[in-house]
Design a protein around this ligand. Structure first.
Ligand SMILES: [Zn+2]
Length: 371
C-alpha cells in the first residue's frame, strides 16, 4: 500500500500496520491516557488516542527518513521506506563505502527519535506550566516516552537493529574487514534475540503478564531478521567475483516444443536427472522453459493430450544472462519465481543455472572460510 513520496523516497505501508495502529489506539484510550490524565470522557480519550497513535507513526517515519536522507547524502540510493507491524524498514540499495558513513547512517534514526523525545518532554513541561489541558500534555508525554524507548531499544548492539550497524561500523574500522564485522553483528543480534525470547517466556510463566508475548514476538523478529542478514552477507562474500559461467550447467538437455507432457516425463525427467528443460522449436529457437512444477500441474489423464508448449514458461518471462555476467548482479535484478536462469552467448543457449548450482558454489566457497 503506497502512502506517498517524501523527497523522492516512496513511502509504503503494510496492512499489518492497521492492526498495530488499532491496538495502540485501543490501549491508549482504555488504559494509558485515563491513567495519565483522569476525569475526561470516553470520547475525549478515544479522539486523543487516535491522534497520539498517528503521531507515533509519524515519528517512526521521521526515524526512517533520517536514515534514508543521511544515506542519500553519501550518494547511497534508497529504494523505499516500508512501515509495518513492528516499525519501519528503509531499503537501502548499496552498502556504505566507509565505516564512518555506516556509523552516521545508523545513528541518524535513533538521533531523530531522541530529538523527538527531548522536544516532546520539554513541550510537555512548558505546556503543563501554562495550564494546557492535562489530556493534551499526557498525549505529548506518552509520544515522547515511546520515542525515548525506541531510541534506546534500537541502539542495542545487535543486527539488524541500528545498534548492530553501529557495532558493525566500529568492528569494521578496527579490523578493516567489513564482512567479518557484519557477521559478528548478526551473531550479537542472535544472542540478543534469544535473550528477548527467554525473558518474554519467563515473564509469561512467572507473572502471566501478556506483555511477555510482545517480547517473544520481538525476539522472534530479531532472530529471523539477523539470520536472513547473515545468510545474505555470506552469499555476497561467497559469490564475490563469481561469473555466471563458473556455476552454470553447460549445454543443458533441451526438449522439442512438439512433445507432450507424457513424453517429457518419460524420456527427459526420468532419464536425464534434471528438473528443468529449455524448450526448443523446429527452427532451433528457445521458446521457453519447462520445470517439474508446470508438469505436475497437468492431471495424469491429460498428460498425453497436453503439449509441452501449452504449459511452458514463455522465454520472455525467463531471466537470462551472458556467460561472463557477474552472478550476484544477475541474482539481484528482479524476481525469479522458478529460480532458473538461462545463459546465452550470441543468441545461442550455452547453459542453465539452477538453485542447486548456486548452492553448490556457495558450499564450495564456504570451505575456504573457517568460521
Ligand atoms: Zn533505525
Amino acid at each position: 500500500m503506497r502512502l506517498g513520496t517524501i523527497r523522492g523516497i516512496p513511502i509504503k505501508a503494510q496492512w499489518s500496520l492497521l492492526v498495530i495502529v488499532g491496538l495502540i489506539t485501543w490501549s491508549l484510550a482504555e488504559a494509558s491516557l485515563p491513567e495519565l490524565a483522569e476525569g475526561y470522557t470516553t470520547l475525549e480519550y478515544w479522539v486523543s488516542a487516535i491522534f497520539t497513535a498517528l503521531a507515533f507513526f509519524a515519528a517512526l517515519l521521521v526515524h526512517e527518513l533520517s536514515h534514508s536522507l543521511v544515506a542519500r547524502q553519501y550518494g547511497i540510493r534508497v529504494r523505499d521506506i516500508t512501515l509495518w507491524l513492528l516499525g519501519g524498514i528503509s531499503r537501502i540499495e548499496e552498502e556504505p563505502a566507509t565505516p564512518s558513513q555506516e556509523l552516521r547512517v545508523a545513528l541518524a534514526g535513533p538521533a531523530a527519535s531522541l530529538a523527538i523525545a527531548v522536544g516532546g518532554l520539554a513541550a510537555g513541561f512548558i505546556f503543563s506550566a501554562f495550564g494546557v489541558p492535562r489530556l493534551v500534555v499526557a498525549c505529548i508525554v506518552w509520544t515522547a516516552s515511546i520515542n525515548l524507548l525506541l531510541a534506546v531499544f534500537n541502539l542495542v548492539p545487535a543486527a539488524p537493529l541500528d545498534g548492530g550497524r553501529v557495532l558493525r561500523a566500529i568492528l569494521w574500522r578496527r579490523h578493516g574487514d567489513r564482512t567479518r564485522a557484519a557477521i559478528s553483528a548478526t551473531r550479537a543480534g542472535r544472542n540478543f534475540a534469544f535473550a528477548l525470547v527467554t525473558l518474554g517466556f519467563l515473564e509469561l510463566v512467572l507473572t502471566s503478564n501478556a506483555s511477555g508475548l510482545w517480547l517473544v514476538l520481538l525476539g522472534w523478529f530479531v532472530l529471523t531478521a539477523s539470520r536472513a542478514e547473515e545468510a545474505q552477507i555470506r552469499t555476497t562474500r561467497d559469490l564475490a567475483g563469481v561469473r555466471v559461467e563458473d556455476v552454470m550447467t553447460p549445454d543443458p538437455w533441451t526438449v522439442p516444443a512438439d512433445l507432450n507432457v507424457d513424453d517429457v516425463l518419460r524420456d527427459y525427467v526420468l532419464k536425464r536427472h534434471c528438473s528443468s528443460f529449455p524448450v526448443v522449436d523446429g527452427a532451433g529457437h528457445v521458446t521457453g522453459l519447462v520445470t517439474l512444477r508446470q508438469l505436475r500441474f497437468v492431471p495424469a489423464s491429460k498428460r498425453s493430450s497436453t503439449g509441452v508448449a501449452d504449459v511452458l514458461i514463455p522465454i520472455s518471462d525467463v531471466p537470462h544472462a551472458a556467460p561472463n555476467d557477474v552472478l550476484l548482479d544477475v541474482l539481484r535484478t528482479g524476481r525469479n519465481p522458478e529460480g532458473r536462469l538461462l545463459v546465452f552467448r550470441n543468441g545461442h543457449l550455452v547453459g542453465i543455472v539452477s538453485p542447486t548450482d548456486i548452492t553448490r558454489a556457495i558450499s564450495a566457497a564456504e570451505l575456504a572460510y573457517a568460521d
